[in-house]
Ligand binder design. Structure first.
Ligand SMILES: [Zn+2]
Length: 324
């Protein structure tokens, strides 16, 4: 092991799309495939699609003498990493206790390893991404929700039950907006792309004027966090207010993480980081206000560097480091 001929498959299983990639033992992705997950087809069909996608990636890239040593899968939800079971997942509401590792190994006879998707993302960034030079980092993914992964001394911190790093459900405002988890004022209710859309829609419905509505051709359903970002760039007051609020709450969350863990680096990824140029300065100011100054000074707050490949590469890396 350890030579360049060692190849791994990384799977980033999402509620909307699955991404499957062939990754070398030095963390380079040589080929990838993205296809819709189609959750509505049911568990068996989705597993079939995962297996087919893996086979396709192998067929398209494998050369004689090379061999796939392992498969890593990052899945949203609570994962039993020892047994490779998806215990439950908000993205796959009907899936309970799904033995995905076993189902894949049975068909493909390749050792398979599983972890939470945000942990895989964080591990990818640690392995060959923004955090490759550091040993401790906290990763936040700002997308539909807010995901988190914590790397301590080079390893994923799983906690007692494998559920650690639910950073999205850290309280940042008692009695704040209701979160998908049922609680109020979670970071996810302020720093996710969907929370931006929700807050803009609420403001429009209560009579606020904004060019976001023009961008969306008058239809609330067309509003995306990216349109809000575009409007903020053009000086739209509501859009600026909501982006600032988002960045401020992100800063509160990050300051709490810094005070708790004293990490070398905070890595922020996910679709919302397209707006990093307006989010970062506000977030940084909030962090400097709230994190203890020695820790705030030394920590680097950066964007993820592997784009939407962090999850694939990280999942493959999890398999690789379990095998060596
Ligand atoms: Zn929550």
């Amino acid at each position: 092991m350890g030579d360049n001929k060692t190849l791994l498959i990384g799977v980033d299983l999402g509620g909307t799309n699955m991404r499957v990639g062939m990754v070398t033992s030095d963390g380079r992705m040589v080929h990838r495939l993205i296809l819709p997950t189609r959750v509505t087809l049911g568990l068996d069909k989705v597993v079939e699609r995962i297996i087919k996608a893996i086979q396709e990636v192998i067929n398209q890239t494998i050369v004689p003498g090379n061999q796939i040593k392992g498969i890593g899968i990052g899945s949203p939800g609570t994962i039993d990493i020892q047994s490779g079971i998806i215990i439950s997942s908000p993205n796959f509401p009907k899936w309970k206790q799904v033995p995905l590792k076993h189902m894949i190994e049975e068909k493909l006879s390749i050792p398979t390893f599983m972890d939470n998707d945000a942990n895989a993302f964080a591990f990818g960034e640690k392995w060959v991404g923004a955090g490759k030079e550091v040993q401790s980092l906290v990763c936040l993914t700002l997308g539909t929700g807010v995901g988190g992964g914590i790397i301590l001394n080079g390893r994923i911190w799983h906690g007692a039950d494998g559920m650690a790093a639910e950073i999205g459900h850290m309280t940042v405002l008692p009695d704040g907006l209701k979160c998908n988890c049922g609680n109020y004022g979670c970071l996810e209710s302020y720093a996710s792309a969907s929370s931006i859309v929700r807050r803009v829609c609420n403001a429009i419905q209560s009579g606020k004027l904004t060019m976001v509505l023009d961008y969306a051709k008058g239809n609330l359903e067309n509003i995306t966090s990216d349109l809000v970002y575009q409007a903020a760039l053009k000086g739209d007051e509501l859009a600026i207010h909501i982006m600032n609020e988002t960045a401020t709450f992100l800063g509160i969350g990050i300051a709490n993480l810094i005070n708790l863990l004293n990490p070398e680096m905070i890595v922020v990824g996910g679709g919302l980081t397209n707006a990093w140029d307006i989010i970062y300065p506000v977030t940084l100011k909030e962090v400097q206000k709230r994190a203890l100054s020695e820790m705030a000074k030394r920590v680097k707050i950066v964007r993820a560097s592997l784009g939407d490949n962090s999850g694939i590469i990280g999942a493959a890396g999890i398999a690789y480091f379990n095998l060596i």
